[in-house]
Structures are given as structure tokens and as C-alpha cells.
Design a protein around this ligand. Structure first.
Ligand SMILES: [Zn+2]
Length: 66
């Protein structure tokens, strides 16, 4: 992610999935994160953190194949 000023955004906080979710639900849960621009120090709240990662999780068929 890039700030409007052109600076690089650094993730400073990531949401924790709600505790009542099952393992499976946590895997597909889209977490939000807060990011801060390393250049102008502007903070963007509640940005999508897991966006685009879900396909990779679904593709990993080796896990849990007990
Ligand atoms: Zn900036």
C-alpha cells in the first residue's frame, strides 16, 4: 500500500479475529489493520489486511489431510 504522498505505508496494528470463531472461520476471516505512512506519518485505519490472501489459503491442500 502507498500513501497519497507517495510514502510507504507500514502496518502498525492488525485486528485479531473474534475468539468465538472456529479455526476454519478464522482462516477465511478478513482482518483489518491500521497503517501509518513512513513519510508523512498519516494513519489510515481499518484497511483490509487479508485482501488477496484468501486464494492461497484455499489452495493449500496439504494441510489437515490426516
Ligand atoms: Zn504519506
Amino acid at each position: 500500500m502507498i500513501c497519497k504522498c507517495g510514502g510507504v505505508l507500514n502496518v502498525i496494528r492488525v485486528e485479531t479475529p473474534p475468539k468465538h470463531l472456529s479455526k476454519q472461520e478464522k482462516l477465511v476471516y478478513s482482518r483489518l489493520c491500521d497503517v501509518e505512512c513512513l513519510n508523512c506519518e498519516k494513519i489510515y485505519y481499518s484497511q483490509p489486511f487479508d485482501d488477496g490472501n484468501r486464494l492461497n489459503i484455499a489452495k493449500d491442500l496439504r494441510r489437515g489431510g490426516d
